[in-house]
Design a protein around this ligand. Structure first.
Ligand code: SAM
Ligand code: SF4
Length: 336
């Protein structure tokens, strides 16, 4: 079958957003994401840049309008700019409305202007603290000045930057207003993410790190008037505007709330596995049908079959005081 009908799942949700992890590797070792000694995939397991192109182009043909590239750290993948430049054709044709990126910012100094030239306009940079020592502690291998330089380069290149910060109890609680003011001063929106129970990192007790965004929001409300925004992205993010500064603050709370009914996305790993839900183990291998033939018909059929079993929602739950619904893979595997 090769009808190019759009992708609609069993719960009548249109799937028009694909997140693609292009590598499992990273130049950082954030404590909530990776263990210190990670074993990475052998190269032959990874989709080549050409295969990534075929994969993404097929999804775009099936109605995907927004592509977010993630990882691991996407900008450490060798020759990744070749892939971004290739995706520009879908922006030019109008098939794709947005090409975007989630990055730790370390390589933006090198790539920001190339990304803009490839048609990218907005990126998310992950940054949990503005304190150099704390930054080194949480990322293990990261250095704050390099990331700040990267953010400078991105803004200079004309990319709109949104900062994503993981809310960590006892770690960046005291920096809530510092981060907010810093972002406001640079005209950047800021989104907080609740720490999620991903993978077995062996060294952290995730229940201890958990800082509820309900609490974070209440702290913000002590200083600002929060206006709820109707804006929806189809994901687990909700936004408020601070009346006093006009700044937008987002909250990604997959654990406190369940926004699965409006989910519009699926996630492709760097080995070609398609996860229909971030919080479930079920996935479809798309690499086999891709490699089996030069024609995309089998791949299209495999994508449709996968979408047909997209689950209604996830099972994360901290409220029972144990990490229920925990999935065993690392965040770097599915790219967040
Ligand atoms: N390396 C890039 C980066 O850090 O932005 C992209 C991949 S990273 C896995 C994507 C996002 O997932 C980052 O914002 C990171 O902070 C977040 N993340 C990683 N592990 C997490 C966890 N256990 N809970 C919540 N967010 C997590
Ligand atoms: Fe690397 Fe991003 Fe994971 Fe940090 S959160 S270890 S930067 S993939």
């Amino acid at each position: 079958m090769n009808t190019h009908a759009p992708l609609i799942d069993p719960f009548a949700r249109a799937i028009d957003y694909l997140r693609v992890s292009v590598t499992d590797r990273c130049d950082f070792r954030c404590v909530y994401c990776m263990s210190e000694n990670m074993t990475f995939l052998p190269k032959k397991e990874l989709l080549t840049l050409e295969e990534l192109d075929r994969m993404c182009s097929t999804f775009i043909r099936l109605g995907v309008r927004k592509l977010r590239i993630t990882g691991g750290e996407p900008l450490v993948r060798r020759d990744i700019m070749t892939f971004f430049r290739a995706m520009t054709r879908h922006l030019d044709s109008g098939a794709l409305s947005e090409l975007t990126l989630t990055t730790n910012g370390s390589q933006l100094g090198r790539f920001a202007s190339d990304l803009h030239a490839a048609g990218m306009r907005r990126i998310n940079v992950s940054l949990d603290t503005l304190d150099e020592a704390k930054f080194a502690q949480i990322t293990r291998w990261g250095r704050l000045p390099q990331v700040l330089n990267g953010i400078d380069a991105a803004q200079k290149a004309g990319l709109r930057v949104k900062i994503n910060a993981v809310a960590l109890k006892g770690f960046n609680e005291d920096e809530l207003f510092r981060l907010q003011e810093w972002c406001a001063g640079r005209d950047m929106d800021l989104t907080f993410i609740e720490v999620m129970p991903m993978g077995d990192l062996g060294n952290e007790d995730r229940l201890d790190q958990y800082w509820s965004l309900k609490d974070l929001r209440a702290r913000l409300a002590e200083r600002f008037t929060l206006i709820d925004l109707a804006e929806r992205t189809g994901g687990p993010a909700r936004y408020v505007q601070l009346q006093e500064t006009g700044q937008k603050i987002g909250f990604i709370t997959p654990l406190t709330h369940n926004f699965c009914e409006s989910c519009n996305r699926v996630r492709l790993t760097c080995t070609g596995e398609l996860y229909m839900c971030l919080g479930q183990e079920d996935m479809a291998d798309l690499r086999a049908p891709l490699r089996a033939s030069a024609d995309d018909a089998a791949l299209e059929d495999a994508i449709r079959a996968a979408i047909a079993r997209k689950p209604k929602g996830h099972d994360f739950d901290y409220s029972r005081q144990k990490v229920d619904g925990q999935v065993s893979r690392h965040m770097s595997h599915t790219g967040g």
